[in-house]
Each structure stands twice: as structure tokens, then as C-alpha cells.
Design a binder for this molecule. Structure first.
Ligand SMILES: NC(=O)c1ccc[n+]([C@@H]2O[C@H](COP(=O)([O-])OP(=O)(O)OC[C@H]3O[C@@H](n4cnc5c(N)ncnc54)[C@H](OP(=O)(O)O)[C@@H]3O)[C@@H](O)[C@H]2O)c1
Length: 240
């Protein structure tokens, strides 16, 4: 298969790229860090095709991806996380997170949807934070909730063209991103687990790939409660 993954210089994207290449696929590996991208070519030879661009730069993104051939699978994984202090709301921080996670993803969609034909797959990296309103995740959670909505609408519109669209919602995964977190991360899994679950879910054409199930199942169950209950429970558990 010809696969394109954004955010392959670190964490979940790097492991996904390595696992797909080890299985014989050609992977277009995207990120800003050129030296890490080029290191992937060493072990995987021409299976790794590095493409360096910043997802926030629409023109750069469109130019970098313009000459690609038709793709079998696209995973838009690049993202960041910063937390908000609601009592000292930082709009610049909000904008930074939205620009990378949401607008950056939209830039990639503009470049890559034309590369997808019937039978191909598109997967958008969200987070289980999109299921519940989590304190301090005002920016990150909002970006991921928007991505969940986008994945669902694209599943309908692109589905008509025979393109399978899915949404990925991990709980906590051990990566440089979560290494920065200063709070307990229940049921955090490693990147091997995350990559295996994502690849399995994509192979089975699941619409929503969420893991670890015990954690995300709990989040999804809470999300079914009336908002007054969610607000009571979340403020008791996360803000006491
Ligand atoms: N780790 C978790 O617990 C967790 C849970 C739920 C969802 N996720 C999501 O999973 C995705 C990957 O996260 P991770 O934990 O693997 O984080 P990570 O190790 O920090 O990797 C983030 C990747 O995104 C790329 N990236 C960031 N900003 C970019 C930009 N402006 N332009 C191009 N590429 C950019 C980075 O590459 P460069 O720096 O080289 O550009 C890097 O390869 C994110 O969307 C994150 O929200 C993670």
C-alpha cells in the first residue's frame, strides 16, 4: 500500500510509520524535523519517503504534497497539546493549538482528498478528550471535538465516493507529548499498543478506533449522562 502519515517524527505517528514500513508498505513520512525524517530512510530504504512541511503553512503544505500519486491510506496524525487556565484565558495559546490541530489538518485535507479514490481510507487523529468537557483542555478538547465532527461529516460526503473515513480517539499514550503532563494519566498505554490498535481498526474498517477500551468506554459512558451530571462528576473528580 501507499500510505501517508503526518507527524511521523515522534510518538504515535513514528511508530505507525515504522510498523507499516516493516510490513512492506511505502510510507510518505511527514513532519517538520528533517533530520528525524531522513533517519527513517536508513533502516527502511525506499519504503520511507520523507516530506518536510509545517501543517500550519497552507501554501507550503499544498506544494509539498502536490506531486504525490494516488494513496491507499492517509492518517492525519500531526498535533500538539497545550493547556488553558480558564481564569487567565490565553487566546494566543488557544489559537496555536487550533492552528496546528484543526487548521493544519484542514490544509492537509485540501491537498490530499484529491489523492484518494474509491476503496481508499482517510483517518483523522482525535482524542478521547472529544467525548467529555475536560478542565484545562478548553483548546485541545475543542480542536479534537471539531475533528470528530469533521470525521463524521467526511464519512458521509466522501463515503459517497467510496472513501472510508474513520476517527481515532486514544486515551493516554506514552509519547513526548504526554511526558510533559503534570497530572496522573490513568491506563496510559505505550506506542506499540497504540499502533497495533490503530492498524487493526483500520484493517477492519472501523469508523471509530478508541483505546484502551476500559478507559475510553468509561469516558463514552459518562458522555451519555445529562450535562448537569457530567459537570458535577467532572468538577468533583478533576477539580477537587
Ligand atoms: N499521546 C497521547 O496520549 C495522545 C492521546 C490522544 C491523542 N493524541 C494525538 O495523537 C497525535 C500524535 O501525538 P503524540 O502523542 O504522538 O505526540 P508527539 O510525539 O509530540 O508527536 C507529534 C507529531 O506531530 C508533528 N507536528 C506537530 N506540530 C506540527 C506542525 N506544525 N507541522 C507538522 N507536523 C507537526 C510533530 O512533528 P514535528 O515536530 O517534526 O513537526 C510530531 O511528529 C496528536 O494529534 C495528538 O493530539 C495523543
Amino acid at each position: 500500500m501507499k500510505i501517508l502519515i503526518t507527524g511521523t517524527t515522534s510518538g504515535i505517528g513514528l511508530k505507525l510509520a515504522q510498523d507499516y514500513m516493516a510490513a512492506g508498505n511505502t510510507v510518505y513520512c511527514c513532519g517538520r524535523n528533517q533530520s528525524v525524517l531522513h533517519q527513517l530512510v536508513g533502516p527502511f530504504g525506499d519504503k520511507a519517503i520523507p516530506i518536510s512541511f509545517d501543517v500550519q503553512d497552507r501554501e507550503g503544505c499544498l506544494a509539498a504534497l502536490a506531486s504525490l500519486p494516488e494513496l491507499d491510506l492517509v492518517i492525519l496524525n500531526a498535533g500538539t497539546c497545550e493547556y488553558i487556565d480558564a481564569n487567565d484565558f490565553d487566546a494566543a495559546c488557544f489559537e496555536r493549538v487550533l492552528r496546528i490541530n484543526l487548521i493544519g489538518l484542514a490544509n492537509c485535507l485540501q491537498a490530499l482528498i484529491p489523492k484518494l479514490a474509491a476503496g481508499s481510507s482517510l483517518s483523522l487523529m482525535g482524542s478521547s478528550s472529544s467525548y467529555l468537557p475536560l478542565p484545562r483542555a478548553e483548546a485541545y478538547g475543542a480542536s479534537k471535538a471539531a475533528i470528530e465532527y469533521l470525521a463524521k461529516t467526511l464519512a458521509i460526503t466522501l463515503g459517497k465516493e467510496g472513501i472510508h473515513v474513520s476517527y481515532i480517539a486514544p486515551g493516554f499514550v506514552e509519547t513526548p507529548l504526554t511526558d510533559l503532563n503534570d497530572f496522573p494519566m490513568p491506563m496510559r498505554v505505550d506506542v506499540e499498543f497504540a499502533s497495533r490498535r490503530i492498524r487493526q481498526g483500520l484493517e477492519r474498517k472501523q469508523r471509530e478506533i478508541h483505546f484502551p477500551r476500559l478507559f475510553t468506554g468509561f469516558m463514552k459512558t459518562l458522555s451519555l449522562l445529562p450535562f448537569a451530571w457530567q459537570r458535577f462528576l467532572l468538577s468533583k473528580v478533576l477539580m477537587s
